[in-house]
Design a protein around this ligand. Structure first.
Ligand code: GLV
Ligand code: MN
Length: 195
């Protein structure tokens, strides 16, 4: 999805970057083997949170050698019953493979059709670009997924926080009208997401 590379590599120099999107290259004379390998997905993420899940990104911001290459990966850890909540990636399709555990993977099309399946180790899934999807651990033990994206920085729009955890908050009258409920319902949800 990202533009084609113009060089063999352009290991991002994150320190001198003016923006998140377009990184200057680290001088090639300073590039070593270490730049092209990343240990960040080795370790279990901390799932002690509201959702019982943790996404650990291996994108250009954590693994600068991905700069300009149009790819990235995440590790997703799910505690028993943990949920990677409904979200979408504005800049990438996603593929993934379950490494450990049993995981319900679902996504919804622009026509509101819901597709889902429970997957075990070695089974793969795909989420078309921009579509809302989730993964839930239904296996009763810890689960791990590796996901891959055709963007160096896929971005994630998490529906719950996008609507109920913004700063400043979206006006109550917009949210009550959107969901056709009264403001006590909206305030109750907002209080879960610190908005
Ligand atoms: C899973 O959906 C992920 O975005 O890593
Ligand atoms: Mn995703």
């Amino acid at each position: 999805a990202d533009p084609d590379p113009l060089l063999d590599f352009c290991v991002a120099d994150l320190d001198s970057s003016p923006t998140f999107a377009n990184f200057p290259c680290k001088p090639a004379s300073n590039v070593t083997s270490e730049d092209f390998f990343f240990d960040g997905l080795m370790n279990e993420g901390n799932t002690s949170n509201l959702f019982g899940s943790r996404v650990t990104p291996g994108n250009v911001l954590t693994f600068p050698a991905l700069n300009m290459l149009g790819i990235s990966m995440n590790r997703v850890d799910l505690a028993p019953n943990g949920l990677n909540p409904p979200h979408s990636h504005p800049r990438a399709s996603e593929s993934g493979v379950v490494i450990k555990g049993r995981v319900l993977v679902g996504f919804v099309t622009t026509g509101n059709v819901f597709y889902s399946k429970v997957l075990g180790p070695g089974q793969m899934f795909v989420i078309p670009r921009g579509l809302v999807h989730f993964q839930k651990n239904v296996g009763g033990k810890k689960a791990v997924i590796l996901t891959a994206f055709n963007s160096q920085n896929a971005g994630a729009v998490v529906l719950s926080t996008t609507l109920f955890g913004t700063n400043p908050s979206i006006p109550d009258h917009v949210l009550t009208q959107t969901f056709q409920v009264d403001s006590s319902v909206i305030n109750g949800i907002q209080s879960n997401f610190g908005s």
